[in-house]
Design a protein around this ligand. Structure first.
Ligand code: NAD
Ligand code: MG
Length: 398
């Protein structure tokens, strides 16, 4: 029996994870659920999944949840940074699903890595910010990292055992690998008129053609910043150099990514676009469990198309690839700027095309020295957020 903590339990990945746990009750149990503010959803999850702990990061939300849970409930409600650290590092916990959105996920995920847990990693932003430190710490603590992000999960599944068992430090050349082909759908604006992008609304940006996801990652898919963050994530997980990692647009999202070998073979993972597949794969690896996902019906598949990404349409993707080559300071700045810019776009403060402008301005303006600790990463993250808000404010004023 694996005892699990779900960070980001009320979100899209959290809910899908709980669905897979409920389908396999003899193998998994829910030790703790963690969320930010959504009391109603957490209350329902507590009633259905009966965790030992329900942790709300927002202290008012914790009070409200405690007041609403039935008096005889077996679930203890907690709040506070120290309590969060205690629950992810608790000796009873085997596995932590890291599915808080954004930089907020870094500290609890990193604490779980330090404690040597089995980490099911959905929170790509944590790796984008702390890549080297994250993988070094996992190696020291003996933590197992399993990629939940569908592309990285597909790449992982298409890799030989020598790579799977040495994430972060694998040698792709020695494994006979020529390229990793990171696929992306291109999002809802792949074929929209370029001149119309500036007036796209949050609802249009969040209307992803294939995947149902939280608002931040949905906007990131529309700008293809999501693919940029995934490019950086892949670099850390699979220890790639610039020549080994390519982005391919594949609008149908049936192939979830591929690995191209020196002998001409290409190995891919395919399936319906449903996150319960990679979640279930990580939960049970190296075994297989049922996930509730419909089998892919090849007779109903239409065409599978592929094209190269266009950086004029998707400037955020180019910013991310360049930042990855520059190093972790640039990727941390980009991640923080993007979170603030996406939030401003979702709040109707700036235009869709301004997201890339804010990101670019922060990359130019915010300076940083080498990042060797979580504290230094968080300091750069907060400094960038201030700069991003200033960029946004000057856009609003003009
Ligand atoms: P979501 O917006 O649906 O859910 C976010 C979760 O994070 C919620 O439970 C929320 O309570 C929690 N949260 C937000 N701010 C928090 C804070 N300050 N402290 C603690 N918890 C906080 O997001 P999602 O779509 O489930 O994505 C979660 C993560 O998984 C993201 O990093 C995303 O990039 C990654 N991911 C998601 C998908 C997907 O299909 N949704 C696919 C691949 C990767
Ligand atoms: Mg993905």
């Amino acid at each position: 029996m694996q005892k699990m903590v779900i960070l980001g339990a009320t979100g899209s990945i959290g809910t899908n994870t709980l669905d897979v746990i409920a389908r396999n009750p003899q193998q998994f149990s829910t030790y703790a659920l963690v969320a930010n503010t959504n009391v109603d959803k957490m209350l329902t999850l507590c009633q259905t999944h009966q965790p030992i702990i329900a942790h709300m990061v927002d202290s008012d939300a914790a009070k409200e949840l405690a007041a609403q849970l039935p008096k005889n409930s077996a679930t203890l409600v907690t709040t506070g940074a120290e309590q969060l650290k205690q629950l992810v590092t608790h000796e009873d916990v085997d596995t932590v699903m890291a599915a808080i959105v954004g930089a907020a996920g870094l500290v609890p995920t990193f604490d779980a890595v330090k404690a040597g847990k089995r980490i099911l990693l959905a929170n790509k932003e944590a790796l984008v910010m702390s890549g080297q430190l994250f993988m070094d710490t996992a190696r020291q603590s003996g933590a197992t990292i399993l990629p939940v992000d569908s592309e990285h999960n597909a790449i992982f599944q298409s890799m030989p055992q020598s790579v799977q068992s040495n994430l972060g430090f694998c040698d792709l050349n020695a494994a006979g690998i020529k390229h990793i082909l990171l696929t992306g759908s291109g999002g809802p604006f792949l074929t929209s008129d370029l001149n119309a992008l500036a007036t796209m609304t949050p609802a249009q940006a969040c209307n992803h053609p294939n995947w149902s996801m939280g608002p931040k990652i949905s906007v990131d898919s529309a700008t293809m910043m999501n693919k940029g963050l995934e490019y950086i994530e892949a670099k850390w997980l699979f220890n790639t150099n610039v020549d080994q990692l390519k982005v391919v647009i594949h609008p149908q999202s049936v192939i979830h990514s591929m690995v191209q070998y020196n002998d001409g073979s290409v190995i891919a993972e395919l399936g319906n676009p449903d996150m319960r597949t990679p979640i279930a794969h990580c939960m049970s690896y190296p075994q297989r469990i049922s996930s509730g996902v419909e089998p892919l019906d090849f007779f109903k598949l239409g065409q599978l198309n592929f094209c190269e990404p266009d950086f004029t349409r998707f400037p955020c993707l180019k910013l991310a690839i360049d930042a990855c080559a520059q190093g972790q300071e640039a990727t941390t700045v980009l991640n923080a700027a993007n979170e603030v810019a996406v939030a401003a776009f979702l709040a109707n403060e700036i235009a869709f095309t301004d997201i890339a402008v804010v990101n670019q301005q922060c990359l130019t303006q915010v300076s940083a020295s080498a990042l060797t600790s979580i504290e230094a990463i968080l300091e750069l993250d907060s400094r960038t957020r201030v700069a991003a808000r200033q960029s946004i404010q000057s856009m609003i004023n003009t």
